[in-house]
Design a protein around this ligand. Sequence first.
Ligand SMILES: Nc1ncnc2c1ncn2[C@@H]1O[C@H](COP(=O)(O)OP(=O)(O)OP(=O)(O)O)[C@@H](O)[C@H]1O
Length: 923
Amino acid sequence: MQLEQEDQGKGENNNSGRDVNQIEALAGRLEGAPVYSNGSKSNELFQLKQESHVDLFPAKIMELPSDSLERTPTQMLFSVGNKILNDTFVRMNGDVPHHAACLLRNILQVIEGRFSNQAESLKTQNNLFKAREGKYQSRINALETLVAGTSEENEVVKSWLLQLKIALQHEKTELEKKKIEEQDIAQFKRDKVRNEVEISALKQELETTKRAHEEQCSLLELHLSESKAYYEKRIEEIESHLANSRTQVKELKTFLKSKSLKWKDKEHNFESFLNDQFGAFQELRAAMESVKMEVLKSKRSYSEELKYLGMKLKGLAEAAGNYHEILAENRKLYNEVQDMKGSIRVYCRIRPFLPGQSQNQTTVEFVGDNGELIVNNPLKQGNESCKLFKFNKVFCTSATQEEIYADIQPLIPSVLDGYNVCIFAYGQTGSGKTYTMSGPSLSSKSNWGVNYRALHDLFQISQSRRGSIIYEVGVQMVEIYNEVVRDLLSSKGKSASMVYLDLLTIGIWNTAQPNGLVVPDASLHSVNSMKDVLELMNIGQMNRATSVTALNERSSRSHSVLTVHVRGTDLGTSTILRSCLHLVDLAGSERVDRSEATGDRLKEAQHINKSLSALGDVIFALAQKSQHVPYRNSKLTQLLQSSLGGQAKTLMFVQLNPDVASYSETISTLNFAKRVSGVELGAARSSKEGKDVRQLMEQLTYLKDAIARKDEEIERLQMLKADHKNSKQGMISPWHESSVHSKQSIRTPRHSQKLLGMGEKAASDMGNCSEYSMDEPSKNPGSLQLKLAREDKDKNYNEVDELLGTGDANFEERLSDISDGDLSMGTETDRSINSVVEYALFPEAEKSAELTPARSIITENIPAENTEKFTMPSSLKTSRSSQVPHKAQMKSSSLSLNRSSSKVMSSVRKIATGSSSLKPPKR
Ligand SMILES: Nc1ncnc2c1ncn2[C@@H]1O[C@H](COP(=O)(O)OP(=O)(O)OP(=O)(O)O)[C@@H](O)[C@H]1O
């Protein structure tokens, strides 16, 4: 079997050898040459043919059928392929990239090399197998000879055979390997065919590329011809441009030449200018050096001067420090002098500009430390518009509530010392009166106005004096609107009638207070602490708020008065102190009537103007020291009478709006303030009421009673006399009779005339009056009893004079000052005097009786525990009804007394309408 395989292998080798021969034969046929069995020969032949028929050979191959190609030797095929490629590259004239052609050639050469190597190795192997075959054949022959020999030899032969078998096995494996190699060759052949297919594809691609290249070439040629034409045209154009440019360059050259000539001129000029400037600069430099020297010199002298000034300034600063101390001292002394003179203190406060107001247009030119104020109208030119005013103090816009109050504070202990104090704010609407008196809000203490701070201090001082003096404090809050007084603390919320009764109406708080004033129908509330005050003020504000809604911003057009009544009992001496503090926020002072107000506004304006004019008149009369001071012309002046005319400490705040639009109002306000600051009221007096005074009062009461009894008797006698006369002469008119009776019976004693403030002239004037005629006693057919009665009465009045100390010349003079024929006697004048008169004439029982309404309200509005403090002393508990016969008794015996009292009483009834309230802070 091994041998069969070997034969087969031989056969195959023979086949391959046959193939080679076939290819060579084909080559021979192709060339028409004889077929050579040796491949090398055919190669040589091929080489020859290749060299001599380069162009014909491939074409012929292409025409051959495919099976003859199969038989063509591989090397030849490669040569043909190479040739075709070269030929194609030559024809393509370099269109195929050089490196691609090289690569393709190299690939073919490598493949060709490999094939030839394979063929060579196959040939060698074939030869080797042939040699082995012969060797084995000889061995087999040897072995056959041996088989025919001996058994020993058989054994040897067996071993030989065994070896042979092994060798055969080995050969078999070798053959298998060979088989595999052949398979590899077959694979290689298949690869080769594939490569050939690829080559043909490449050829096709080459063909298409060539075609595309040719197309591109033709396109490029076309483009080239177009571009050529275009560039030729462009060249022509550029040449013509060049020609133009040449001419332009020529022109430019000539222009530049002229320009350069000009510039040369300019350069020359500039150089000469620079030279000049340099000269000037040198001069300046020299001047600067000298100035520098001077400056240094001046600097030195300045520093010396500065030093000197510094020294001076230091001295001045020290002096200024002293000056401020002296200024404060001066102010204090000035205030003291004013207190002694009783002048009204005037403080001016300038309100700051409100948000939205232009600050440039201010009328305030200068505010001095010493109370000087210069106002100017910025809309007017020149100095004539500047006006200088001088007051106790001027507070500029930055002044705080605390600073304002600091200057008022010294007045508060005075209230507790028994002095009446009145602080009022005057100024046009919106100038800050309420801000100063009440403050913008109660929420923070720093906002508190004068009212709250004063009451706060009042309580603090009263507490600190608790060991020696016990104080009781009562508060009233009223408002005057359209000449009607309204009580804001009334629990009923109704209007309270204001009754100005001097001492007749003064209740327990003001029983013996010459300067007292109350509004009887306005509730008087006892307060023990600041908390009470705040509560009351809140009530007042609420009542006020209601009326504001009802009456449309009434606060600007009503006066508000907060009155604090103080009564102190000295624990050591039992002396009673009585005083009151008026805190007044006036209505806007602008002349509203000049505007075209109508209806309610006109009425309001008229009332405000009337009351402020009345205030001005009172102040004017006081400044002039007129005999008649017209307090009764308005409710406001009636209310403030005790503070303006009485010996109280009075302070006025003049509020200014610095806006230029308010210039005329500012001037009129300042003029008013100027007049007020000139008013002297007389030294303030404390209302201490010691034991002696009280005893005197009791004696006075007794004497009054005695006089009344005498009067009664006189009247009875007159009645008797009249009856007697009637019975004699028949019927006479009772009015006439009464007047006759009056004439006969009423004769005012000298002292009474004095007490009533009537001089001789006034008395004689009154004598002409039919109602109150005062005939001489001689003309009067009175009886002896009457005469005696009169003497008695004279005597009694002398006693009264002595008790009151009114018999001296001064007193007489003062009384004569207050006489005024046109006025109700003793009412429109200095209250202190008037009060003394009233004291002299009426017992305390009467006063307390008059006070009944006020007291009833007090007890109505204060808590039960507080009402005890207001309990009327038993000596004063005389009923109103018991007062009536008392007056009747007096009527016949003392005309002046009756007249005085009746006037007062009538005034009580006349004025008995009104209300009160406190002006609340605006929010
Ligand atoms: N010193 C001040 N600092 C800041 N604001 C002020 C000052 N004074 C007044 N104002 C403000 O100016 C406005 C007007 O002030 P205020 O109501 O007190 O004026 P008034 O004179 O009481 O006016 P009226 O006559 O209408 O009652 C308010 O808004 C108030 O807060």
